[in-house]
Design a binder for this molecule. Structure first.
Ligand code: ADP
Ligand code: ASP
Ligand code: MG
Length: 417
């Protein structure tokens, strides 16, 4: 007997038929003798609709009310799944974030989970063989008593946090792909499914654009050592051999569990970037602080930063990226600080994309990035900025070349199937 968390994403609960399919997956595990907590997302498209309504109601709204609105999607699917489970003879009840409770910080719209007590769930597994159906994405801020949400994709984080709280043997993430691939299979048809991926690599893939797992869920899994298994909800529950320990999927696990480490594990990309270049800034101490201080105060996250050593010892150019959604705001902040910074002019573009190559093997291999520069040059793709770290490097290019660059690098590093 094992204790499992089963998380189902939006596409997997998109209508009542799919919720019935999810219920059969849950029943399959219950019949095999396991203790099960299920975490559900809202039906596909629902959260987008709720966000749009909140914005339509007032572009600048109270984020506490925003959370009250967007948390509702998960309440619906949790209740529906519990109803369907009861209908097929599985003892189940729904839980909203405030009922467990899942306690969070009060940063509405992207709250952090602070505490979950798993005792009541465990008691009900033991005494009543009851399945818990938990609304993902939402929690409660204790001090104010208000509903919070965990940021887009946050049900993954709910699932991993609950797995840690109830000491689950595994957290299964059921989604619309049968695992984590070497790149987004929608963009790279030749992408391969990975049997295993290390937490650190998954963390980089997720934070650099692969939305298959929310970044914080991977962080939590790493800290609490939760084994996370990404698999497809579209597999027919009836076709899964209850005795098989190896359904198709990807295990996100500790690096030490991976025997054969490739140099490059995956390619991620993000079109959600904008580039800003500040021309002819004085090359003297304090200038970087004058630029990035006000941006930080405005809550704008700066990512890639490239600065040249000035040729004349007087002025230089400084280029960096911000999230595309913050592009106009960042420009506004810089125009306001023009006198303090003392630059000549600003230019930039929101038509850029960041393509990243990730692999733990890069720690011990030199020249991995150099191969990419050559391959992209052969395709006439211009690189606007580069950043590197121990297990990844990122390239900023024109957005129009994203797919071509991703596929080129995917072949270059031997990832095509
Ligand atoms: P869910 O609604 O189940 O949470 P998401 O849409 O959040 O599902 O995540 C699944 C999607 O992530 C896939 O459909 C796929 O297009 C995308 N994706 C991006 N990068 C990858 C990758 N490297 N491997 C698998 N899927 C990826
Ligand atoms: N429903 C939320 C979203 O669409 C949370 C999730 O699906 O994980 O972002
Ligand atoms: Mg998701």
């Amino acid at each position: 007997m094992a204790r499992l968390v089963m998380k189902f994403g939006g596409t997997s609960v998109a209508d009542i038929d799919r919720i019935r399919n999810v219920a059969r997956h849950v029943k399959r595990e219950v019949d095999a003798g396991h203790e099960v907590a299920v975490v559900v997302s809202a039906m596909a498209g629902t959260t987008d609709q709720l966000v749009a309504w909140a914005r339509e109601a007032a572009p600048l709204h109270d984020t506490r009310e925003f959370d009250a609105v967007v948390a509702s999607g998960e309440q619906v699917t949790a209740g529906l799944l519990a109803i369907v489970l009861e209908g097929i003879g599985v003892n189940a009840r729904s839980w909203q974030g405030w009922q467990l409770p899942i306690l969070t910080s009060n940063v509405h719209g992207s709250a952090r989970i602070e505490d979950i007590s798993g005792e009541e769930l465990i008691r009900r597994f033991r005494e009543q063989k009851q399945v818990a159906v938990i609304a993902g994405f939402q929690g409660l801020h204790k001090g104010t008593g208000r509903i919070t949400t965990l940021g887009r994709g946050g049900s993954d984080t709910s699932a991993v946090a609950i797995a840690a709280a109830i000491h689950a043997d595994r957290c299964d993430i059921y989604t619309d792909v049968d695992g984590v691939y070497t790149s987004d299979p929608r963009v790279v048809p030749r992408a391969k499914r990975l049997d295993k991926i290390a937490f650190e690599e998954m963390l980089e893939l997720a934070s650099l654009g692969a939305k298959v797992m929310q970044v914080r869920s991977v962080e939590l899994g790493m800290v609490h050592n939760v084994r996370i298994f990404v698999r497809s909800s579209f597999e027919k529950p009836e076709d899964i051999d209850p005795m098989s320990n190896h359904p198709p999927g990807t295990m996100i696990c500790d690096e030490s569990e991976i025997m054969e480490q490739q140099v490059v594990t995956g390619i991620a990309f993000s079109k959600d970037e904008a580039q800003i270049s500040i021309r002819h800034v004085p090359d003297k101490p304090g200038v970087a602080a004058a630029i990035f201080g006000p941006l930080a105060e405005a809550g704008i996250n700066v990512d890639m930063i490239v600065q040249n050593v000035s040729a004349d010892g007087a002025t230089t150019d400084l280029t960096f990226t911000v999230p595309a959604a913050d592009y106009d705001r960042a420009n506004g902040v810089l125009v306001k600080s023009k006198d303090a910074i003392g630059y000549d002019h600003i230019d930039g573009s929101s038509d850029v994309a960041k393509v990243s190559v990730i692999g733990i093997g890069m720690r011990s291999h030199a020249g991995v990035a150099a191969q990419a520069f050559k391959a992209l040059a052969e395709r006439q793709i211009n690189i606007r900025a580069i950043t590197t770290s121990e297990i990844k490097f990122s390239l900023l290019i024109d957005a129009a070349y994203t797919e071509l660059a991703v596929r080129t690098l995917h072949s270059l590093y031997g990832l095509d199937k």
